[in-house]
Write a protein that binds this ligand. Sequence first.
Ligand SMILES: Nc1ncnc2c1ncn2[C@@H]1O[C@H](COP(=O)(O)OP(=O)(O)OP(=O)(O)O)[C@@H](O)[C@H]1O
Length: 928
Amino acid sequence: MEINGGRCNSGDKSQVEGEISVLSSDLFLDHVGEVTLAFNSDGLSWKSHDSFDNDGSTCLGIKFLPKMATKMATKLRFSDIYAVELMNGGTIQESDLTTASECFSGNDSHNSGMNHFIVHTFQKSKSQPCLWILASYTFGHQDLQTCQMWVNKINGTLDKEVGRPKNLLVFVHPLSGKGNGLRTWETVAPIFSRAKINTKVIVTQRAGHAFDVMRSTTNEELNSYDGVLAVGGDGFFNEILNGYLSSRHKVPFPPVPSDFFDALGNDSNPLVNDPTEADSENHNNKETDPLFSSSSHIESGFSHLRTNDASHSVDQQIEYPLPNQRLRFGIIPAGSTDAIVICTTGARDPITSALHIILGKRLCLDVAQVVRWKTTSTSKIEPRVRYAASFAGYGFYGDVITESEKYRWMGPKRYDYAGTKVFLKHRSYEAELGFLEVESEKDSPISDGSRMFTKARSFKRKKSERIICRANCNVCNTKPVYSSTKSTPATPHLSAQETKWLKSRGRFLSVGAAIMSNRNERAPDGLVADAHLSDGFLHLLLIKDCPHALYLWHLTQLAKKGGNPLNFDFVEHHKTQAFTFTSIGNESVWNLDGKTWTISAFLLLVAKLKRHAIGASIVTIQVKQCKGHSICKSYSSDLSFFHNPRPRQLVLAMSTPAQYYRSLPPVSKFYGVTCLMTTSALYFGLYNPWNIALSYQDVFKRFQVWRLISNFFFLGPFSPIFAIRLIMIARYGVLLERGPFDKRTADYVWMLIFGALSLLVMAAIPFLWTPFMAGSLVFMIVYVWSREFPNAQINIYGVVTLKGFYLPWALLALDLIFGASLMEDIIGMIAGHLYYFLTVLHPLAGGKYVLKTPRWVHKLVAYWGEGIQVNSPVQRDPNAGVSFRGRSYRLNGNRAQTSTAATEQQNQTNNSGDGVAFRGKSYRLGGH
Ligand SMILES: Nc1ncnc2c1ncn2[C@@H]1O[C@H](COP(=O)(O)OP(=O)(O)OP(=O)(O)O)[C@@H](O)[C@H]1O
């Protein structure tokens, strides 16, 4: 076939690689050479004329195989092509074998003055398949008309590709993330113009600008767009979403849960805040929220529903369509977190997102509706609705956003800084939550094992089984089946029989509602690894007040790929469709997709609306029809469940010494008992204490290595000082072991070993040496406790009441008064601080966690057979622990489990009045 002659088979049906094509031509493909290009029903395909085995690709006896030619695809689907461009003139390179091409004779004419067209597509990155990289194929022909014909033909087909946008409204947040919003748009804008997509670009001037534009744009104008793009972060996207929905999502509110307020004191509720609204969206908007006033059916629906009248179910059958059903929403990531983009496209890359949008890829997302109630008829606080697409968080999550806004100039690093500051403050907030349990879910045929209602069930999922929800997810694509007879297939109504409201009240470090997994660079698996994008559920995470170290452990699990952040006793995890929230006392703020909702949040109901109201799509969001409030119906009819408080009673004092002894956790019991026995043996004159004292001379010269250990078990002869030290073990050692080190026996043993080693090193310095360092080790325990429980109230001899933080210093002062040696106290505090610094402060400041418990300690504990270590890398020895097995009891009177105790439900022993641990309780409202 003579290529230079431009022989073209246009219009002929020919066969390329066995496919029937409607058009084929002989063309030059850049970097490949002569090819026959075929136009098939689903895409383009080509076949090279060059056989790389023949002599033509051999130069001076060396065979050259063009790399590009062998790697290049030979097929392109139309669904992957986003543009085709005709170019007049220019050069086509026959192959990338420059050496070889020099050997070719008579081919110079191929390389210049050729007309060509470029087919624009993408390819997936080999190392990261979610990352899409721009790719293009340049086909050349000397005849311009041939090129033109191909371009027209391809364009004609691309025009028929469904779902591709033609007109987009683009909002650019210039200061987003590191201030790169505008530059990000400039990077992707040429791709949109190449794909012949018209864009109207609005660069925002202030916070709330995009909200105002979205809210005030008429529906007619919005109808002229296929979608709205946010070039920015999650908060910016949230603003656009709220601007759109706030005036258009006309549905009646769920009923005011009046029973709930009654429970808290009704009208005279002192907790009602009456703040001046600081909503950024409404700076310039004096309008009353149309959700509450403008629509008559809304008004009637709202007041009607407020009566909790069962007849509102009639209203629930009313459909409230959004005016522009085909409008979609997209994000080009330019923010600091970009969790929505990471969860949908899988790559935090503006080009990948732009390609998804241009090619019309879509995905439904659930959107949560957050309703702040008007708490009483006279309350000045107005009911208000907000929407969140990824996350709603309170406490730690709200405080971090508030704090980080002060340091926006730092860019994304502000979250690390603000997070550390908020962590160190360790604020907890009292609150009461009610959440919906959908019983029918358990029997649902779509249940995939990922639907969890209890913590125990949720933790059974192995890391390897985690499902990452993306496009075409089976769970999200399957309609839930509910048994209510009133249901229509599209509107699953939950009857009171099918649903239960559970309640949880207490002090929480944070409350989070994850609407999607919220994967991001700081939490690679997200808050809830296997959350779905549009299954109609959200994941409620309640982090109860707990010591610093445990909370840090939870956070480090969050930050770790494959971590298990929910596997803690102080973490409650519920998969639900709705929850209520009532703050009590001091309040934090809510963080909705990274935007704060100021202190006015009194009670929130988050109802995931997917199949009830709104669906959203990937990068592109499609708003679906709203169909009533079945959740709310069950809410009003099921509130009686709120009143059945059956808190778990904590038994803190045992009635007999034997019971007390059995209740002690293993390490403190072992250490305390050994110290007591050592002193008792001395009392009976059984040994000379100098034989167990620390003496490096004896250790190194006489190999009396036991001295390195034995000196840690002698607290001195019976005396007031001895008694105080023993009580310290029984009190603070036990509190530590039951609190921060609960189910972390190996870690606690390692803390003591590390402390002992540090003390031994210090004792090598002559003026720090003391013969017995048990007192120092006890002081180390007290110091660590004081850091873990800094706000606990302590009372010294009924005279002085202090915060836990000052306890070691108070004891130091007492030792001074009693005339005891201060040296051992001080070196104990140094060892304690070293441990706390390496395990808490240093990792918090971004440093490495260097003090990981060594494997041999895990083995030791496993061999011992006492205590529990969650996530232990070693198996417990089934024959171990004979000496203590079965003699340890939990405080609630249950025998401690010594085997698979990781799933054990354990009481929070810190409720003992230290005022630090979670004081609330979670219980089934039905009293089960
Ligand atoms: N021109 C502007 N000047 C100041 N603030 C703006 C402007 N445009 C938008 N904003 C506000 O900035 C807030 C944060 O924006 P955005 O979410 O894009 O950035 P981010 O916080 O860095 O990213 P992420 O939410 O992913 O962490 C938005 O909620 C929006 O209200």
